[in-house]
Design a protein around this ligand. Structure first.
Ligand code: SF4
Length: 684
């Protein structure tokens, strides 16, 4: 329960950082969270927490929290009442809709906030404003997963569960910095390895999980499709693949074989940098030790070929008969605590909640009836097109909920130029950010631990998030803010709490959530699909090769290099990622004293060979320059990075990799190629 007196109380909730979804106890005293501990035996973390989950809570009580609505007044902001701010937003939205049509408005939902907030935001855009222009930051990370796995299997989510990791025999980890980005998941992998499981890691960087690998493949940035084609070449030519599974459960094998035959290990070695013998050995190992769990993260998705990379992972696991079985599957580690949930809730331009398509007449009729309005039938804009739309005038108003797009999108100079061009920008947030600087109205939101709702973790587990303390000042729950704007635009919505939104709207309208009610997830959460109220949840999807889409789709894929490759002027590859002690743009972790002490600034990680050649010393300030911008940042000389590669994160505004990254996008998912662009290094 909610703590009121001076006695410490414990409130169970779900971690607000990564997609593992660890279960925590918030210890509350005198209206403040004073400590966080793990829920022993609670799924999925079984009593474990990482440094962010354990110590990353100071931000809740930061004096910098937004406590009242703000309205732009020239270059500055002035305080406003809720009525004034909400009236202004509703009036402006109505006016823009009338003058330019509903598609001149666009919204970006929040993958950090509860499902119920995303549900209400997409409802505001679809039912009240009348556009499908609603998206969220999965576009920036795992949209290729959603699109790719939906095409391969019929469902765009992790197929298996964290609980299986401890029992798995073999892991193939590709493009994942899990020790830093999904720390508790990596502890399960490392424990399994200590108990005898084998680990194969493919990554351009010798990262933390690579240190535990039996076989490490240092692939060149952006060569994943070629590498996996090479492995499949071995499996097919040596007849090591699961022929019965492929015949019974998949389509597309002949086309796949034809393309894969163009990728003998010797050719792949040239593209990927991995010796042909290693490619053969890994393929043979994966055929001999079955099933294996394939795990990947953004090293797969954040490429112009992100969807093809995801499809390659699906190809490999179907060829081996590893999908639909315990200890197997294709397992994307979702980044944000609720990025799975924001997708599930329909904060996507082509999907209603539960992945029901806006282009499907029956789905449209169902939501139209539930919401009492006609609904648009064309998919909306994705984030990059929303941002460009501000510049070219097709998008007049942008509603940014809990995202810091001025730091997270590629090519910051371009993004800021577009935000500056907007007619009207509204932000819901808990702090001022680089993005709220461009807002006309800023609405102060209740943070995690100040509202009741649910998060959905990477393994599709819907878990409770609980209110433990009161929001500061006049800050309000996000779902309430959207409901109030809808009311001012002429729609009264009945649901008046997270529970009412879930139990009365999300579950009845979405077959995959039909059986989930708050009362069923008081302790551990349930993994969707949960088709009815007696269903125990789904730990393994596509059981026995019965795919959501019928037969699994094998895809014939050609390798293509990144959009921007090194040349004489920009001779290095820049790749990007995350570091253990911070989370994204540090809106939260930057307000946690301990975490700032552990890591206080950005670095550019380079090899000793390159440092020597350029005369750069450890910790020396250097300039990293791309075609789009430049940053000055300390060099970190490390054996993790091979010659020719520069590796950076985007946690700190100063030295943020996104001043440099390339806004070149996957054609299907519109996910940017954060993992590869060309830079040069300058000694200062
Ligand atoms: Fe939170 Fe992820 Fe760390 Fe678990 S592993 S405590 S969910 S940040």
């Amino acid at each position: 329960g909610l703590a009121t007196g001076s006695e410490a109380k414990k409130v169970r909730t779900t971690c607000p950082y990564c997609g593992v979804g660890c279960q925590q106890w918030l210890h509350v005293k005198d209206g403040r969270v004073i400590k966080v501990t793990a829920v022993e035996e609670g799924a999925p973390n079984l009593g474990r927490l990482c440094v962010k989950g354990r110590f990353g809570y100071d931000f809740i009580h930061s004096p910098e929290r937004l406590t009242h609505p703000l309205i732009r007044d020239g270059e500055a902001f002035r305080k406003a009442s809720w009525d004034e701010a909400l009236d202004l937003v509703a009036e402006k939205f109505k006016q823009i809709k009338q003058l330019h049509g509903p598609d001149a408005l666009a919204g970006i939902s929040c993958a950090r906030s509860i499902n119920e907030d995303s549900y209400n935001m997409q409802k505001l855009f679809r039912a009240t404003i009348g556009t499908n222009n609603i998206d969220h930051c999965a576009r920036t990370c795992h949209a290729p997963t959603v699109a790719g796995l939906a095409r391969a299997f019929g469902s765009g989510a992790m197929t298996n569960s964290f609980a299986e990791v401890l029992g798995a025999k073999l892991f193939f980890v590709i493009g994942s910095n899990m020790t830093e980005a999904h720390p508790v998941a990596s502890t399960f992998v490392k424990q399994a390895v200590r108990n005898g499981a084998e680990l194969i890691v493919a990554d351009p960087r010798f990262n933390g999980i690579a240190e535990h690998a039996h076989t490490y493949m240092q692939i060149k940035v952006g060569s994943d499709v070629a590498l996996i084609n090479g492995m499949m070449h071995v499996l097919i030519t040596e007849e090591l693949y699961d022929r019965d599974y492929v015949i019974a459960n998949t389509v597309g094998f002949d086309e796949l074989r034809e393309v894969v035959m163009q990728y003998p290990p010797e050719r792949v070695a040239e593209i990927s940098g991995v010796p042909a013998e290693t490619i053969r050995a890994v393929a043979r190992k994966m055929a001999a030790v079955r099933p294996s769990m394939l795990m990947y993260t953004l090293g797969i998705t954040e490429h112009t070929c992100g969807v093809n990379n995801v499809l390659s992972c699906a190809n490999l696991q179907m060829l081996l008969g590893n999908v639909g079985v315990e200890y197997g599957g294709v397992n994307p580690l979702r980044g944000q605590n609720n990025v799975q949930g924001a997708c599930d809730m329909g904060a996507l331009p082509a999907d209603y909640p539960g992945y029901q398509k806006v282009t499907d007449a029956a789905s449209r009729a169902k939501f139209s009836q539930a919401w009492g309005v006609e609904l648009p039938d064309t998919p909306g804009l994705m984030i990059p097109d929303m941002i460009d739309g501000l510049e070219n005038g097709t998008v007049k108003a942008l509603y940014v909920f809990g995202e810091n797009i001025a730091n997270t999108e590629p090519d910051i100079n371009h993004v800021e130029h577009c935000l500056r061009s907007a007619e009207f920008v509204v932000c819901n947030d808990i702090f001022e950010t680089e993005t709220t600087r461009f807002a006309h109205v800023v609405l102060p939101a209740a943070a995690w631990s100040e509202d009741d709702g649910t998060f959905t973790n990477a393994e599709r587990r819907v878990s409770r998030v609980r209110k433990a303390v009161e929001p500061p000042g006049e800050a309000k729950p996000n779902w309430w803010i959207f409901k109030e704007i809808a009311r001012r635009m002429g729609q009264e919505w009945a649901s008046a709490s997270g529970q009412e939104i879930w139990d009365n709207e999300v579950a009845p309208l979405s077959p995959i959530f039909s059986g989930i009610r708050y009362q069923r997830i008081e302790t551990d959460g349930l993994q969707w699909p949960v088709p009815d109220e007696d269903h125990p949840g789904t730990t393994i999807m596509h059981k026995d090769g019965k795919f959501t889409c019928g037969k699994g789709n094998l895809s014939a894929l050609e390798w293509a290099p990144p959009a921007e490759v090194p040349d004489e002027e920009y001779p290095f590859v820049l790749s990007t990622g995350r570091r253990l002690y911070h989370y994204h743009t540090r809106t939260q972790t930057g307000r946690c004293e301990g975490l700032n002490t552990l890591l206080g600034s950005e670095t550019a990680d380079i090899s000793a060979e390159d440092a020597n050649a350029l005369g750069i010393g450890q910790g020396e300030k250097i300039r990293v320059v791309s075609r789009r911008g430049s940053v000055e940042v300390a060099a970190r000389i490390t054996g993790q990075v091979p010659p020719g590669l520069v590796w950076m994160a985007f946690h700190f505004r100063e030295g943020c990799a996104n001043w440099l990254t390339n806004p070149a996008f996957d054609p299907i998912s519109k996910t940017a190629e954060f993992k590869a662009c060309a830079v040069r290094l300058e000694k200062l």
